[in-house]
Design a binder for this molecule. Structure first.
Ligand code: ARG
Length: 717
């Protein structure tokens, strides 16, 4: 144990170049890292991976829908990603009668492909280092001033870069704001659903198997990117044509074996590998347990309604899945952080830093200052979670909170009719969306439950006191659940949101007294105003302080380890991770294979179950061993999922897993439970990426979906 901890500590803090750990920026891929990749099995040169002049692998990789990764796999703009990345688009395309989420869907012709208006994809056009310009602008600034200036200089750079073009850009900070890069993207908005397996394949195992290995999920979906006839990235139009890619991935059906090289391109969202011990402590003691507690209740209340009808299930499926996904993540993350004593590891690393920093004016107070900052914020940390995940966990409360903009507009010294018109227009639009997604039955229960949990779990000195006094006098004893239910019922029956006539009349002539009298608005604004006036300033101060200190800390760590190649934390910019296919031992006496097969799918099968049911086509084909050319020779079975040592995180979902020749062997879709602490500490023994084998994807499309034409569009190796 001791040895493992010690080596882990070195990896984390001094970040030697070594296999597996690291989400590398292709833009700055050093020789050391590249040579290591070659040693492990990479056959491509750097230019084939990433080039600004020639087509390279990077040109096939996109940001999919704003939170996932996708990859182009044919010369006609065909795209693969995960089922869970296409989930909300699939649900939106479905109806109770044409339930693609439940039954799956494959377009037989291009004309049958279904437009997904909520989706877009972004191609990376170029990257530029703007550190000097940004740092010049920030010279001598700290805290709030620095944050404001950073925002404005970033906006300026973005504007200058995109003006007069249809490009988009973003300035992203690296190494905790010690370096700044500009990313330029081209966004395509005409994305269409080409195919999806039924949910019983695409989400097989549900939340029980989520974040777990062994796994048996067909987590893939197929889309196509379209462009205008003259090659422009335009919105949906019936006569748009398939996107002509600069580069697309070939597919290898040779399968994987232990120690095979694997590399993953994609968009990891966030990691915090230089989190301090204090940050770990606030997560494990306060934040994660609070999030889990609140989500637990919300999920149960949603599920109760989802069980009752297909329509409600379709309506809530996507939001339920998103809440459940990180409910399990935050629970597991806290557990693993404690199990591996990440706090202790961080503490030890910080001790070293403190020793090194002695007598260095820039650095010697970093940790004393961190202590002060955390101490000031600690008493309110739980309250912030109870706002975001509790009070605002009610969709009605969140929507009503957005009316604050209207109250602001109406109460200005000299109200502007323009502003009022703008705000009301926007609220009308968002109301339509709100109503589409709103399930009153579950939301009413959520509002009651979260209002009650807040009352009991948040220190009373921090409460919006007047609100709870009114609740007590108007509705009954605050220790009685019925009080909250009665109140919630009244909010839902009396708010104007659900009453078109009252809503239209109000919006035609908005007036502040009527706004404040609306029970939904009165409810949520009591909490939001209480928090914003009393605690937001402290939180903002804490955040700025933390940013300033983190920047210094990482600058110091780099100075302390001159010449070491380090990788920056994930920030939803394109990264490459490399590793290999490998089994692992999750605990004493247990060892996990690196592949899962159809045999295991059938072992998990539970007829009629919410998570482990299977489509009958699959059962029939599997029982006949009808795997055709997709069968794996070594296991004499169909390989469904496999694992690799790659370092990825949320946002990488849908990412291509490539072999040494740059050919697609699978799609990354999850991480394993034993490494759920990975955002903060990479564990080289336990960290695994869970991938769906491309042969399973093709089998599902071809044999189960009867869509061989999609497979024929690929270039198989
Ligand atoms: N854990 C996966 C991720 O964050 C999502 C898996 C979706 N499946 C599910 N059962 N919720 O990428």
């Amino acid at each position: 144990m001791k040895k493992r901890m010690l080596s882990l500590l070195f990896v984390l803090v001094f970040s030697f170049v070594r296999a597996d750990e690291g989400m590398w920026l292709l833009y700055m891929l050093g020789d050391q890292v590249y040579n290591d990749m070659v040693k492990m099995g990479l056959k491509l040169n750097k230019e084939q991976l990433y080039s600004l002049n020639k087509p390279s692998v990077k040109d096939a990789i996109v940001i999919f829908g704003g939170g996932c990764t996708g990859e182009i796999v044919s010369r006609e703009g065909l795209l693969f990603t995960n089922h869970h990345c296409g989930y909300s688009a699939i649900a939106a395309a479905s109806s109770v009668d044409n339930n693609y989420l439940r039954d799956g869907f494959y377009a037989k012709t291009r004309a049958e492909e279904i437009s997904a208006p909520s989706l877009s994809v972004q191609f990376l056009v170029r990257i530029e280092d703007v550190t000097k310009e940004v740092e010049d602008a920030l010279k001598g600034l700290s805290g709030a001033e620095r944050a404001t200036k950073l925002q404005s200089i970033s906006n300026e750079i973005v504007k200058r870069t995109t003006d007069g073009s249809d490009l988009e850009a973003r300035v992203a900070p690296f190494f905790r704001n010690n370096q700044y890069l500009l990313f330029v993207y081209q966004r395509y908005r005409d994305v269409r659903l080409v195919g999806t397996p039924p949910e019983s394949i695409g989400k097989f195992g549900g939340d029980t198997d989520n974040w777990e290995w062994p796994r048996h999920t067909g987590d893939f979906a197929v889309f196509r990117v379209y462009m205008s006839k003259d090659g422009k990235a335009t919105a949906y139009a019936p006569d748009n044509v398939p996107y002509k890619p600069k580069y697309y991935l070939n597919v290898s059906t040779k399968g994987v074996k232990e120690n095979d090289y694997a590399m993953i391109f994609g968009y990891p969202g966030s990691t915090n590998r230089y989190e301090t011990s204090l940050g770990v402590k606030i997560k494990t003691e306060i934040e994660n347990p609070a999030i889990v507690n609140l989500r637990d209740v919300r999920l149960k209340l949603m599920f109760e309604q989802m069980k009752k009808s297909d329509a409600v299930r379709l309506q809530l499926a996507s939001s339920y899945a998103a809440i459940a996904n990180y409910w399990k993540f935050f629970d597991g993350e806290a557990q693993q952080l404690l199990k591996y004593d990440v706090f202790g590891q961080k503490r030890a690393a910080e001790e070293k830093f403190i020793q090194w920093a002695k007598g260095k004016a820039d650095y010697e107070n970093v940790f004393a200052e961190y202590e002060k900052a955390y101490k000031a914020w600690w008493p309110y940390a739980k309250h912030r979670i109870y706002m975001n995940e509790g009070i605002l966990g009610s969709p009605l409360a969140t929507y009503a909170a957005s009316w604050q903009a209207l109250e602001n507009a109406l109460t200005r010294e000299t109200p502007s009719t323009d502003e009022i018109a703008r705000v009301t227009e926007s609220l009308k639009r968002t109301r339509t969306m709100f109503l589409q997604n709103e399930n009153k039955a579950s939301d009413e229960q959520i509002l009651a439950a979260t209002c009650r949990m807040y009352y009991h779990d948040i220190e009373s000195a921090q409460h919006p006191a007047e609100f709870y006094t009114r609740l007590r006098t108007g509705y009954g004893d605050l220790s009685d659940e019925a009080t909250y239910k009665k109140f919630a019922a009244e909010v839902f029956s009396k708010t104007m949101v659900f009453d078109d006539a009252r809503w239209d009349a109000f919006m035609a002539k908005p007036d502040v007294a009527a706004l404040r009298a609306d029970p939904a608005y009165a409810y949520v604004s009591a909490f939001v105003k209480n928090f914003n006036t009393r605690f937001t300033p402290t939180f903002t101060e804490f955040t700025h302080r933390n940013n300033d200190l983190s920047r210094l800390y990482l600058k110091g760590v780099r100075e302390m380890n001159p010449g070491k190649t380090m990788y920056p934390d994930a920030n939803f910019t394109m990264r490459l991770s490399y590793g290999s296919v490998k089994p692992y031992r999750p605990r004493d006496a247990v060892s996990y294979d690196y592949v899962c097969t159809m045999k295991g799918v059938l072992e998990k099968y539970k007829p009629g179950d919410y998570e482990f049911d299977l489509p009958k086509e699959l059962l029939e084909a599997a029982r006949k061993n009808d795997f055709g050319t997709y069968k794996d020779a070594r296991t004499n079975d169909l390989v469904v999922n496999f694992i690799t040592t790659n370092d990825i995180t949320g946002g990488n979902s849908g990412s291509p897993v490539l072999n040494g020749n740059g050919e697609l062997i699978g799609l990354a879709f999850d991480g394993n439970y034993e490494a759920l602490s990975h955002k903060i500490a990479f564990d080289k023994d336990f960290n695994r990426t869970i991938c769906v084998d491309i042969r399973y994807v093709l089998w599902c499309i071809d044999k189960l979906g009867g869509a061989k034409h999609i497979v024929d569009e690929l270039t198989l190796k």
